[in-house]
Design a protein around this ligand. Sequence first.
Ligand code: ZN
Length: 297
Amino acid sequence: MKIGIDLGGSHIGIGIVNEEGKIIEKSETDIDMSFTANFIENYILNEVKKILEKYEIEAIGVASPGTPKNGKITAMVNLGIKELDITSILKKVFSGLIQVRNDAKCAGIAEKTYGSLKQYQDAVFLCLGTGIGGSCFMQGKALSPNRNPGFEIGHMIIQKDGNLCNCGKKGCFETYCSMKKLKNQLIEAMGLEKNTQAKELLNILKQRQNEEKVQLILKQYIQNLNIGLSNITDILEPEAICLGGGFVYFEDVLYKILVEEYYRKRYVFNSQNMPELKLATLGNDAGIIGATISCNI
Ligand SMILES: [Zn+2]
């Protein structure tokens, strides 16, 4: 059995995963943004200690935002943390194998192994969450550059001199199409409380989605997402593109219009041979499961 830790942009999930890739026990928390690094360390250590008292664990996999290198995580731009030595933290309580990998890579590997990308050889996974991350599979294999995780699709520029990104650049795809951006825009347009949670927001949105200002936000969001997906399609020519992260919960209001917009083929070069668009099927568990599969790679 392995432990999978999914360290998201605003949330931590920790699960025990069996040999079949099933989560048998899970705990999760939102990250207290005012106290980030200590909060993350304390929460992870407490939960892992509890698990180690109960189960025989062979490895711990960590799915992290930013750029993992030599077991440390750097450039967690959405959490405002420059470096987190997650391996040293875990070594305080665990002496076995610890593997740290980028979160979108982990979620992609999980979808490719057990989820909606299982039957495709050439595929792209796109995680639309606090930011946007991605992973790519060609001829069945996860592409993995030597120097950095690669496939920083969220930081592909789709607008010259556009919105300022947490990475310091302007016009990055994620400043237009992350779920965080969409949620903030909707909350502002509908005059809701700033900390309105996704589930509540979705319920309100379903009732108010025909309001003009809401329609405009959704339309612009989908148009920008279509530009990003079309660029990915032209460069990588996947058989399928899987959309995961918080986007999945907004399926009813976003997915159908995205599919219509994408298959109008306005921006795609090989438009006679379009990839399938899929929704992630493992939901929030993909990071945890993928982190444990990463321990075998
Ligand atoms: Zn950026």
